[in-house]
Design a protein around this ligand. Sequence first.
Ligand SMILES: Cc1cc2nc3c(=O)[nH]c(=O)nc-3n(C[C@H](O)[C@H](O)[C@H](O)COP(=O)(O)O)c2cc1C
Length: 377
Amino acid sequence: MTAPLMLGDHAVRPPVVLAPMAGITNVAFRRLCREQGGGVYVCEMITTRALVERIPKTLKMITFAEDEGFRSLQLYGVDPDVTAAAVRMVGEDNLADHIDLNFGCPVPKVTRRGGGSALPWRRRLFGRIVSQAVAAAKPFGIPLTIKMRKGIDDDHLTYVDAGLAAQEAGVAAVALHARTAEQRYSGKADWDAIATLKQALDVPVLGNGDIWEGSDALRMVEHTGCDGVVVGRGCLGRPWLFADLEAAFTRGAAYQPVLPTLGEVSKILARHAQLLVEALEDEKHGCADFRKHVAWYLKGFPVGGDLRRSLAMISSLAELDDLLAKLDPSIPFPADALGQPRGRVNAPGRVTLPHGWLDSRDDETVPEGAETDESGG
Ligand SMILES: Cc1cc2nc3c(=O)[nH]c(=O)nc-3n(C[C@H](O)[C@H](O)[C@H](O)COP(=O)(O)O)c2cc1C
């Protein structure tokens, strides 16, 4: 059994984190994943300004189930004061037990303004955001972590500097999505960079990027020495990956993945839709939100185009049940879908930055208009 990941005083067993994914990791999806195995299950990203302004939609997104023992919340901010105010609010209103700060978003709308993955380049501003956030979290005993990318591109890497600055500021751990912003989600994550960061830091390092199976998590730990893994796209349409990860960390290389038949997958599909309807308190909205998951669940299964399309257009749970009844429950899990990328795999693209952004690393001006609901990491 691998050592637990320590986030402050909290021991995470197995050392697995569900990556925050906008539009995905809401209370319904987290429950589905939590039922499979241990770990930390991070809520969808919340922008600090919307939080301090108490925008109702934002507050609603911070919904945790009663049995979520370690409520984990990701915040995104570019202003040290607003970020600290948001962290204080999380503590005062008892909204979460852990806060992660997102510095990984590669979306052009965000980097163009100097936010997301562009921000660590401005090292003083980055340091101020993190240290003010840590200070604001401290009185409440909330461990604060950061999640970042390697840098803007291969010529503008920031992860070691940013990791050291975050450590000095007092973070509980640092997570690295081992791609540059330029790479977006393309190519392979550079696990060597995770190893480099692990060598450079004393605080726990979390590795992120391209864990598709339990065996990948073991390989990442072996390769990098990281203290825990962050899993994003690999669990899209596959919440049982968390059972695999738990088995892998408990039994080591001897573990065997348990692969569901199409009948078992369709039960999980139905439950996911039901949980979304409950979470959104509306059958139509729940079903609409569910549609994006269908293709991920069915990836690799021999299911005809018409049925796939109909499933991806459901507007009621009864309709979903009727369609699921048409699937052959005995079909085994498609082995060729294993170890394959899923979810976003878009092409690399030059990172759009504010004019003159790269010329000064020490400018502390807070970028304007860089806080939007666009997210990614
Ligand atoms: C649909 C989607 C939404 C995402 N939203 C966020 C986000 O809000 N915050 C964040 O830090 N990362 C976000 N990410 C990035 C993931 O957390 C993760 O870093 C990335 O997918 C790499 O890990 P993976 O290879 O396991 O998918 C998102 C990724 C996807 C695919």
